[in-house]
Design a protein around this ligand. Structure first.
Ligand code: GRG
Length: 292
């Protein structure tokens, strides 16, 4: 597997995914058109689509078809986008730019941005609930997604982060917040991919291990990019996390690089449970060096 093949596969996956999204919300003359426009504004702003790609690739690694993974891929990106819209609000991070454009509330106002996030979050479960998969697979996906995105997962991590803003955290505390806040959706994406394909409990567990390594490396890289990254490439401001409880503050830049490498290698070890997961290994190494 080469980086070129990875990027071509990822781009093809994104084309397929964007076709799924096209025309889903705005443009149908519904009375709540303004809400749909606000949802599409952030959804179609050109994110990397990493989480859907993970759903598709874990489904494929377990012998599933692309169509089996569509609802879970859609659901995870809807939830990810809602979290970004809400995270950018004045009551949270108060950011002006995201995905290279003005943040949702800057264009649609706070009330509509909150409702766009709410709409994306709830529709994610409508999408999953109407998946044409066996009922036990749908139920398992709903549970995994809700547990990782909700109060025990991403939302819980955000709360812990907010409550500790004034305090310098221990390594254990920073890791706990990261595991929920960033790790939650990455874990849900990987595990749902296995579930959609009817993979084994061992494969679900291996997918979680891969996700834990990749998720941690991804967040550390995010913190590193806030220091050394290019705002143009990232589509958002840099240097804004200097006062926060980041991994750079905890370890320093050099140790961050070492930890990213170690977590990436650990993630790839978990792939032994899958007969053909070369692309997921290549993805882990690519993400470790990403610049956007
Ligand atoms: C507000 C409920 C609520 C949760 C907020 C996930 C989150 C918690 C906030 C988003 C901001 C943030 C720094 C999250 C860390 C995870 C992360 C690096 C998100 C950005 O993900 P990318 O790089 O974004 O995949 P794109 O735009 O490419 O999809």
């Amino acid at each position: 597997m080469t980086v070129k093949t990875l990027l071509e596969t990822w781009a093809a996956s994104n084309r397929h995914f964007d076709a799924l999204l096209a025309g889903r919300y705005s443009g149908h003359g519904e009375p709540q058109e303004r809400l749909f426009q606000a949802m599409d504004y952030s959804l179609l702003a050109g994110g990397k689509r990493l989480r859907p790609f993970l759903v598709y690739q874990f489904c494929a690694a377990c012998g599933g078809e692309e169509a089996d993974a569509d609802p879970a891929a859609l659901a995870i990106e809807l939830i990810h986008t809602y979290s970004l819209i809400h995270d950018d609000l004045p009551a949270m991070d108060n950011d002006d730019y995201r995905r290279g454009r003005l943040t949702n509330h800057k264009v649609y106002g706070e009330a509509m941005a909150i409702l766009a996030g709410d709409g994306l979050l709830t529709d994610a479960f409508a999408v999953l609930g109407s998946a044409g998969l066996a009922g036990d697979r749908v139920a398992a996906c709903v549970r995994v997604l809700a547990e990782n995105a909700g109060p025990w997962g991403m939302v819980g991590g955000q709360v812990l982060d907010i409550l500790s803003e004034e305090r310098k955290l221990t390594e254990r505390e920073v890791l706990d917040i990261q595991t929920r806040k960033t790790g939650g959706l990455i874990r849900a994406a990987c595990e749902m991919g296995v579930i959609c394909a009817g993979g084994t409990p061992e494969q679900r567990s291996a997918a979680r291990h891969y996700a834990d390594g990749v998720g941690l490396a991804f967040q550390i890289r995010d913190d590193v990019l806030d220091v050394i990254g290019d705002a143009q490439k990232l589509g958002k401001a840099v240097g804004v996390d200097a006062e926060k409880n980041t991994f750079v503050r905890l370890y320093g830049l050099e140790a961050c690089e070492k930890r990213i490498e170690a977590e990436t290698k650990a993630a790839c070890k978990a792939l032994q449970s899958f007969p053909n997961a070369g692309i997921l290994a290549e993805l882990a190494f690519f993400l470790a060096k990403r610049d956007r």
